[in-house]
Design a protein around this ligand. Structure first.
Ligand code: ZN
Length: 167
């Protein structure tokens, strides 16, 4: 039996569901540019997981040598990462369900990421004396500000956004 594209029936290898043409159409239908913030959300959620594990390791390995302020910094950073990870996962699930309130939630999420990253760097500056705030700390905030400046107007004005999130 010949294996065909589930949409148009054109012959394709067995491990595929659609032919190239239909696959392209299929993806375009799901979201055009909306795939970018969706991927961004997955990457953000994953990066919070990594940074969570990293912070936890550094904290537990050095716990006895840490000053009280350093402990406060590490523990509140962990709480922030866990909170933002859960927030990202929630936004992701509503994104996939195409909920009507998603655009507002997404905008709020982007603002919260920038606000919380800034707060985290500020805490680092206040609680860990002698620490240098530089490129390594500020670049991620800058990147998130840029992406908020791109996606917030998109989520407010885009017709595709209005047509996608309707449930
Ligand atoms: Zn096809």
């Amino acid at each position: 039996m010949e294996w065909g594209c589930t949409k148009c029936g054109v012959g394709i290898p067995q491990d595929r569901e659609f032919c190239d043409k239909c696959e392209e159409k299929h993806f375009r239908k799901i979201g055009g540019f909306l795939f970018l913030p969706l991927i961004g959300l997955v990457v953000t959620a994953a990066s919070y997981l990594f940074v969570m594990a990293d912070t936890f390791n550094v904290m537990t390995e050095n716990y006895s040598h840490l000053s009280a302020n350093a402990k406060i910094f590490f523990i509140s950073s962990l709480a922030i990462y866990i909170g933002e990870f859960l927030f990202a996962a929630t936004v992701l699930s509503f994104f996939l369900k195409k909920k009507k309130f998603l655009p507002k939630l997404f905008i709020f999420f982007m603002i919260s990421v920038v606000a919380i990253m800034s707060l985290n760097v500020y805490m680092l500056y206040i609680l860990i004396p002698g620490v240098k705030i530089g490129h390594h700390e500020l670049a991620p905030i800058f990147r998130n500000v840029i992406s908020a400046l791109i996606w917030i107007p998109y989520f407010i004005t885009s017709v595709r956004v209005k047509r996608t999130f309707i449930r």
